[in-house]
Design a protein. Structure first.
Length: 243
């Protein structure tokens, strides 16, 4: 039986008086790639922020490896083995690539040997980051900045990695490269939860997926089941039939 890594139950999250998540439940098993799909405003990013303790939670439960996360702050959650690559990458443009990577170690216990091991791992996955290690983050291309953001997350030594819109704003060839990176990260033994507008690309690498609409889960299944169904042609994913 698969080991449950993340279990969300009846989660209600809000921004002020606006309920962004309306009682959603989902599970992510160890070793899976799971996609969260849906239109803008569906609640996908809010779920990730809720997991990291960044959003007001009104009800429900978020358990990570059997431990309750609701009530904990981000600086308590990240050392438990959870990391987020945020939408828009949010790298530090005025410091070097290597310094950006080092920032990823700040929320965990520092061990020089592990720091070096992780840095070597990042440079193996992303040879361009090694080539550009002394360049300022702001001089990198969009695709390179996304690689840097993923590398920074790896430096926190996660078991569970969340990626929020990793392909946003990138050229098609770079998008394919980013999804290959996600697979390589997964092959390292890291469980992955990904929010992605490019649904078909995400589903091709996903073990399962959840479809959100205005704060509720309206469908779930394996990546193959989603690809073979007509659910991706629904209008709010942008593929509906034109009248």
């Amino acid at each position: 039986m698969a080991e449950t890594m993340l279990k969300v139950t009846d989660l209600v999250s809000s921004y002020g008086n606006i309920k962004a998540l309306k009682g959603i439940s989902l599970e992510v098993n160890k070793g899976e790639i799971v996609s969260l799909l849906g239109a803008n405003g569906a609640g996908k990013s809010t779920l990730m922020k809720s997991i990291l303790g960044m959003v007001n939670i009104e009800g429900g439960s978020i358990q990570y490896k059997g431990q309750e996360l609701v009530g904990k702050k981000s600086h308590e959650i990240v050392p438990m083995g959870i990391s987020l690559v945020p939408e828009g990458r949010k790298i530090f443009v005025d410091v070097s690539v290597e310094k950006n990577l080092e920032i990823g170690t700040f929320f965990r216990k520092r061990e020089k040997s592990r720091d070096k091991e992780l840095l070597d791992m990042v440079y193996e996955i992303f040879p361009r980051m090694y080539e550009r290690r002394n360049q300022l983050g702001g001089t990198l291309s969009g695709g390179e900045q996304q690689m840097l953001a993923v590398g920074r997350a790896i430096m926190s030594d996660p078991e569970f990695l969340m990626l929020d819109e990793p392909s946003m704003g990138l050229a098609p060839l770079v998008v394919a490269e980013i999804f290959n990176v996600i697979k390589r990260v997964h092959d390292m033994g890291i469980t992955v939860l990904v929010v992605e507008q490019n649904a078909k690309m995400a589903l091709k690498i996903s073990d399962k997926a959840y479809l959100l609409n205005t704060g509720t889960i309206v469908a779930s299944g394996t990546g193959d089941e989603f690809l073979k169904s007509d659910i991706l042609t629904s209008a709010y994913l942008g593929g509906g039939k034109k009248e």
